[in-house]
Design a protein around this ligand. Structure first.
Ligand code: CA
Ligand code: CA
Ligand code: CA
Length: 326
């Protein structure tokens, strides 16, 4: 088949060559020369006629208004600030809760401690009261005349007048010396009736004591009064004991055997009574040892359970009034 077409092309080749134009020779060239009138003149072009309808200005596409994209930083800042604020609020809230918790714990624990400690404190106070007894104190002397308010009743003197009879001698001083604090007549305390005279069973000794008080003496098998007890209008008690110093002994040796074991002999005060007897004053002025020859008369002011020392001046009065009858 292909062989047949090749033969046809070969047959048409001479016809195609007949259409080829012949080569151009010099005779066929036309040379255009510029006329002299136009040589050196500038080329001018006629102005382009303006179009009747102005060309529509190209529509300027409005530039897209740049929408300011929100700064991405702001939102995070707000978020951050918000988150910071939230964090702070959370922290503050936690702190408040913790504070309330601690405060509540402290209150509860303190209440518990109070509840637990109160009985202990009370026990301690009770123990202290039991362990440390209250020390006795001098009785009240309102007018400072040497007599307590309680003693002023015994001698019918004025508790708010230091010199009831206005004789320049204080009430207490007059009782101490056994004078009447109520005036010149009667002159002595015994005469006023405020005190009475006690005489021992065998008449060995006498002394005065407040009339309102009670007195009782004990006598040994020889009929000698060995002890006198004076009861007061309080729980306090006065006592007078009579004892003998052994032959060859003195009062110091007697005191070593019979005296106050808690007070040495050198700790005793020494004085003379108004009747001229040697008196050794013991502890707190509430013990006195009157030494008369070989006899020792011990005066003792026993407070009992009283905490007010109300009769110290009366105690002195009794000692000063003591007389040994030979
Ligand atoms: Ca007084
Ligand atoms: Ca008085
Ligand atoms: Ca007086």
């Amino acid at each position: 088949m292909f062989g047949g077409k090749k033969k046809q092309k070969e047959l048409k080749a001479p016809e195609a060559n007949a259409d080829i134009k012949p080569k151009v020779g010099l005779d066929d060239v036309v040379i255009h020369v510029m006329p002299d009138a136009f040589v050196g003149r500038r080329t001018e072009f006629a102005e382009k006629p303006k179009p009747l309808i102005p060309a529509a200005k190209p529509i300027i596409k409005p530039k897209p208004i740049p929408v300011p994209t929100p700064k991405p930083v702001l939102k995070p800042q707000v978020k951050k600030e918000k988150s910071k604020l939230t964090l702070i609020l959370i922290i503050v809230g936690i702190l408040i809760i913790i504070s309330f918790g601690i405060a509540g714990y402290l209150v509860v624990s303190s209440l518990n401690q109070q509840v637990e400690q109160e009985p202990i404190v009370i026990d301690e106070v009770i123990d202290d009261v039991e362990v440390v007894p209250e020390e006795p104190a001098p009785g009240t002397d309102t007018d400072s005349d040497g007599l307590t308010d309680v003693e002023e009743k015994l001698y019918v003197t004025e508790p708010r007048n230091p010199d009831t009879d206005d004789d320049t001698f204080l009430d207490g001083n007059e009782v101490f010396h056994r004078y009447s604090p109520l005036g010149d007549s009667p002159a002595t305390l015994l005469d006023t009736g405020a005190v009475e005279l006690f005489t021992s069973e065998g008449g060995e000794f006498t002394f005065t004591y407040p009339s309102e008080w009670s007195v009782s003496g004990s006598v040994d098998e020889n009929g000698i009064t060995t002890e006198v007890i004076i009861g007061t209008d309080t729980l306090a008690v006065f006592a007078v004991n009579h004892s003998q110093i052994n032959e060859g002994d003195d009062f110091e040796s007697w005191y070593g055997r019979n005296g106050d074991a808690t007070l040495r002999f050198n700790g005793l005060g020494e004085t003379l009574t108004k009747e001229g007897y040697n008196a050794f004053i013991g502890r707190d002025y509430r013990v006195a040892y009157l030494v008369v020859d070989s006899a020792v008369y011990t005066f003792e002011y026993d407070l009992g359970s009283e905490l007010s020392i109300d009769y110290l001046q009366t105690f002195q009065m009794m000692i000063n009034s003591f007389v040994v009858s030979k």
